[in-house]
Design a protein around this ligand. Structure first.
Ligand SMILES: *Cc1c(COP(=O)(O)O)cnc(C)c1O
Length: 385
């Protein structure tokens, strides 16, 4: 078994008949067939495409799954996986859920498929266990959650789900196969937004599902074609190219984020930092269990200031860019209250602990000293206020 860093560089592709060391981009939408009812493995570009197949094979190899599937977005992957369920099915998930998943559950699938979704806090194992019943078809987790960076105990939850006949899905967008292997902890399906770390360069929108069981993988491959939200050949090429450096990037993201979390925790303008890899995190022991090689590049920070101060701080930053999304080589900062989580009703945001004083940082691969210098000069604008 090769080291993961080696797999990142080689997974999914070996030089083809031309000897091309890097995979070509196949744009053709259809494929010549030798006889009616026979084909070469490819017939029509939605059903299968060699550029997409290379990425899908790489994803399956990296997660240790049987089937990899690439979609036009993370939401496209989510929409497709929900089509496994019959109308009226019950899903158990976390209350600190990715906003797009919440919107899909509550504002689309509830109406169109009578989906019944039950929520429990990701860090309250007993509450999650109690929410799972024999009526539950799917348990949907994120590791870690966003923006509060909480850690569900995947192994315990997957065990209870299995006992109740439910599948467990882990959205591992924030941790990636470089840091977390959900199948080793009992998950059935891994979901990624390729848009974030896997592509890693903020120039592709894409999603993925990786499935452990071959029969379930075949069902989802059938649904991928039937629903049709597939990733384009060019974006498949870019995402696979991004994947080649994932090992190096995640190491740097994790080291820098831990360093910055430690520095921020000591600043007088900071109320607290939320980062699983930092000893101040209430679930630091679980971080050591599930994310022993690093906690990734996302951290949140509560500032001791008001809305005006948050605005001054974000506008003073010069290396960090104020923008939604995360996982690129460049550092970004996001204000969940007014940006990524603004669609959640205000009372619910406050109840969940997503206040206007929280900022989420996506720590890039720039030199950490430059990132700290940038944060330090922007924190000074709070002293002035
Ligand atoms: C961004 C994101 C998604 C959605 O992915 P898109 O590619 O934007 O559709 C899903 N889950 C998590 C955790 C994300 O951060």
């Amino acid at each position: 078994m090769q080291h993961r860093d080696t797999l990142f560089v080689h997974a999914g592709y070996t030089p083809d008949a031309t000897g091309a060391v890097m995979p070509p981009i196949y744009l053709s939408s259809t494929y010549a067939q030798p006889a009616p009812g026979e084909h070469t493995g490819y017939e029509y570009g939605r059903s299968g495409n060699p550029s997409r197949a290379a990425l899908e094979k790489a994803l399956a190899e990296l997660e240790g799954g049987h089937t990899g599937l690439a979609f036009a977005s993370g939401l496209g992957a989510m929409t497709t996986v929900l089509e496994l369920l019959e109308a009226g099915s019950e899903v158990v998930t976390i209350d600190d859920l990715y906003g797009g998943a919440w919107r899909l559950f509550e504002q689309v699938k509830k109406r169109s498929s009578n989906l019944n979704v039950r929520y429990a806090p990701p860090d309250d194992l007993d509450a999650i266990k109690q929410a799972i019943t024999p009526a539950t078809r799917l348990v949907w987790l994120e590791m870690p959650t966003n923006p509060l960076l909480k850690l569900p105990d995947i192994a315990e939850i997957a065990r209870i789900a299995r006992e109740n006949g439910a599948l467990t899905l882990v959205d591992a967008t924030f941790s990636t196969p470089a840091l977390l292997r959900p199948f080793e902890w009992g998950a059935d399906i891994v979901l990624h937004s390729l848009t974030k770390y896997l592509n890693g360069h903020s120039d592709v929108i894409g999603g993925a599902l990786i499935i452990k069981d071959p029969a379930l993988g075949d069902k989802l491959r059938w649904l991928q074609n039937a629903v049709g939200a597939v990733l384009s050949p060019f974006d498949s090429f870019l995402a696979l190219r991004g994947l080649r450096t994932l090992g190096l990037r995640m190491q740097r993201h994790s080291e820098s984020a831990l360093h910055i979390a430690g520095w921020l925790a000591e600043q007088p303008e900071v109320e607290n930092v939320l980062y699983p890899g930092h000893p101040s995190h209430p679930q630091h022991a679980l971080a050591k269990k599930y994310l022993p090689d690093g906690s990734g590049g996302v951290l949140s920070v509560r500032l001791r200031t008001d809305a005006e101060g948050v605005k001054r701080f974000t506008q003073a930053l010069q290396v960090f860019t104020l923008a939604e999304s995360l996982g690129g080589v460049e550092s970004l900062i996001n204000h969940p209250w007014s940006m990524t989580h603004a669609a959640i009703p205000e009372a619910l945001r406050r109840e969940k602990g997503i206040g206007p004083d929280i900022l989420r940082l996506s720590v890039g691969i720039e030199h950490p000293a430059d990132l700290i210098r940038d944060l330090a000069q922007a924190l000074k604008t709070l002293q002035a206020g």
